[in-house]
Ligand binder design. Structure first.
Ligand code: SF4
Length: 262
C-alpha cells in the first residue's frame, strides 16, 4: 500500500478528511466558488510551469508584458473550456473576467521579477535558471510506501523539489506543505538512488511569486514516516473524531463539513 504525498498534506489539515475521502469515498460538496477556485488554481499552476517557454519567445525585455498577458488569456480560455462541466449554467464571461482580473496583478509581480532577473544575469542565464529539470515528475517507492508527482524538480547542481501553491501565501509555511516537500525529498533520494541527502526543497507561492525553502531535517523526515503510518491506520479501520484538531475555522472552510457532521 502506497500513500499519496498529497494525502500527507490533507492529513495535516484534518485526519478525519482522509477517513471521509479515502474510506467512505465521499466527494467534497459542489459550489460555484469552489469550481472557480479549482480553475484559477489550474491556471496559476500552468503559468508557473510555462515561464521558461514564455521567456524563450521574447526578442527583447519589453515584450514580456504582452507575452504574459497573451499566455494568461490562452491558458484561461483552455481551462474554462476543459472545466466547463464544473460551472453548469454560470455565464462563461463571469469566471473569465473574475479570474483574469485576479491574475493580472500576479502577472505584474511575475513580470517585475523576471525583468529584474534578466537585467541582472541576462536572458539566456535567466532561462537556464528558471527551467526545471523535470515537471510533474512521478515518484514512487515501495520501501517508503509513498508515491506522488512533483510539480517541478530543479537541478542546480543538486536536485531540488518545488511544490506550487496557488492559494494566498501564509506568513510562515504550513506544516502540511513542509511535510509534502520533505516527502518528495525522500522519494527523490530513493527513486534516483542518490547516495547523499537532498538538504532542502521549495514551496512556490504563485500569488506573490516567491519561493520559500524547507529544510529536510531528521525531525521532519521522521514526521513524514509517522504521518504516513497514521494514514495507514485510518485506511485499516481507525476512525478519527470530528474536529479533533479543535479549529472551527477549519471545519467552516472544509468541503466535507455537511457529510462529516452528519
Ligand atoms: S468538517 Fe472539520 S472535522 Fe470534518 S473533515 Fe472537515 S475539517 Fe475535518
Amino acid at each position: 500500500m502506497n500513500i499519496r504525498v498529497s494525502d500527507l498534506n490533507a492529513y495535516c489539515f484534518c485526519p478525519r478528511g482522509i477517513y471521509l475521502s479515502k474510506v467512505l469515498k465521499i466527494k467534497q460538496g459542489f459550489s460555484i466558488p469552489r469550481s472557480i477556485g479549482l480553475i484559477s488554481h489550474s491556471v496559476r499552476r500552468e503559468l508557473s510551469i510555462r515561464q521558461p517557454i514564455l521567456l524563450e519567445k521574447m526578442s527583447c525585455v519589453n515584450d514580456i508584458n504582452m507575452i504574459l498577458e497573451c499566455e494568461l488569456d490562452n491558458i484561461l480560455s483552455d481551462a474554462l473550456h476543459m472545466h466547463r462541466g464544473m460551472l453548469d449554467d454560470v455565464e462563461y464571461n463571469i469566471p473569465f473576467e473574475k479570474i483574469r482580473l485576479e491574475l493580472l496583478s500576479e502577472i505584474r509581480i511575475m513580470r517585475d521579477k523576471l525583468t529584474s532577473m534578466i537585467e541582472e544575469i541576462g536572458l539566456e542565464e535567466a532561462i537556464r535558471h528558471i527551467t526545471p529539470w523535470m515537471v510533474e515528475y512521478p515518484v514512487k517507492s515501495d520501501t517508503l510506501k509513498l508515491s506522488g508527482r512533483i510539480d517541478k524538480v530543479m537541478k542546480d547542481p543538486g536536485y531540488v523539489p518545488v511544490e506550487i501553491k496557488t492559494g494566498s501565501a501564509p506568513s510562515c509555511i504550513w506544516n502540511g506543505d513542509r511535510i509534502q516537500i520533505c516527502a518528495y525529498i525522500l522519494l527523490l533520494e530513493d527513486t534516483l538512488k542518490l547516495n547523499k541527502h537532498i538538504p532542502f526543497g521549495f514551496v512556490e507561492y504563485t500569488q506573490i511569486q516567491q519561493r520559500r525553502p524547507v529544510m529536510a531535517t531528521e525531525g521532519l523526515r521522521g514526521e513524514v514516516i509517522h504521518k504516513r503510518d497514521k494514514i495507514i491506520e485510518i485506511l485499516e479501520g481507525f476512525v478519527p473524531d470530528a474536529c479533533a484538531h479543535g479549529s472551527e475555522r477549519k471545519c467552516m472552510s472544509c468541503g466535507y463539513k455537511e457529510q462529516c457532521y452528519e
